[in-house]
Ligand binder design. Sequence first.
Ligand code: CMP
Length: 141
Amino acid sequence: MAKEQTFSIIKPNAVKKNVIGPILTIFEKNGLKVAAAKLTKIPKEKCEEFYAEHKARPFFSELVAFMTSGPVLLMVLSGENAIAKNREVMGATDPKKAAPGTIRALYADSMGENAVHGSDSPSSAEREIHLFFDKSEIVNL
Ligand code: CMP
């Protein structure tokens, strides 16, 4: 296994529910370390760029409206096999299909308001991290 970095967002519904702490605890218990973090509201244009691959989907405008509706916690997570590990602890995109104990099973409200985002591949992780973080803002863990 290799040490990797992945990009994570705690989405507006989870921030509103005040469950940043419990979500971070799940990451930390699973060997993921916070290497960078920013609590911010994503500007609309930046959010459209972030989700560009979904532009043609019927839920795109709803997704952007939700993701820009309130503060989010943007993070770089670091650890062994971090990309797959993060996806495992998040659970399936659709919370009805998420395994018990996963973040989405615990804190998602719907497919759209699914509490967390995590990169799905090394190339996505690289692109997403650098869309929101400068190299100098990331701690080398
Ligand atoms: P995320 O991991 O942030 O990546 C893209 C997001 O689109 C996904 O999580 C969901 O929140 C959202 N999404 C995917 N499919 C649907 C859908 N059918 N309806 C609404 N939102 C969706």
